[in-house]
Design a protein around this ligand. Structure first.
Ligand code: TYC
Length: 105
């Protein structure tokens, strides 16, 4: 809904119009498998940065372990980029090779 003055500046014209702004592009944040990062550490990462409970975190961790990669969550670009950086920094602080990436959904 939009309101504007008519050309004379007197009356008010009411228009119904759909919002035509495109939804923001969304990005999958994903973990990649490796042979060295402990499973328990990956579960902690999924709980800490992606707000998963222990059971859901374990499901995602096992998917990554078995299939090579898995989706932790889907977010707008800036949120996805921040989470990816936070996970990679946290993994390096703990000397684990865990890699987190993002890709457009
Ligand atoms: N493959 C690892 C192991 O056997 C576990 C692991 C799971 C590592 C998920 C990374 O993103 C990952 N200890």
């Amino acid at each position: 809904m939009a309101t504007r003055k008519d050309e004379s500046g007197n009356g008010v014209v009411l228009e119904t119009s759909k919002a035509r702004t495109a939804p923001p592009p969304m990005y999958k944040v994903m973990l990649l498998n490796d042979d060295y990062t402990p499973m328990d550490f990956v579960v902690v990462v999924l709980q800490k940065f992606f707000n998963l409970d222990r059971e859901r975190a374990t499901v995602v961790m096992l998917q990554v372990h078995r299939e090579g990669r898995g989706v932790c969550g889907v977010y707008p670009r800036d949120v996805a980029a921040t989470k990816k950086e936070q996970v990679n920094t946290f993994a390096r602080q703990h000397q684990h090779p865990l890699v987190c990436v993002m890709e457009e959904n």
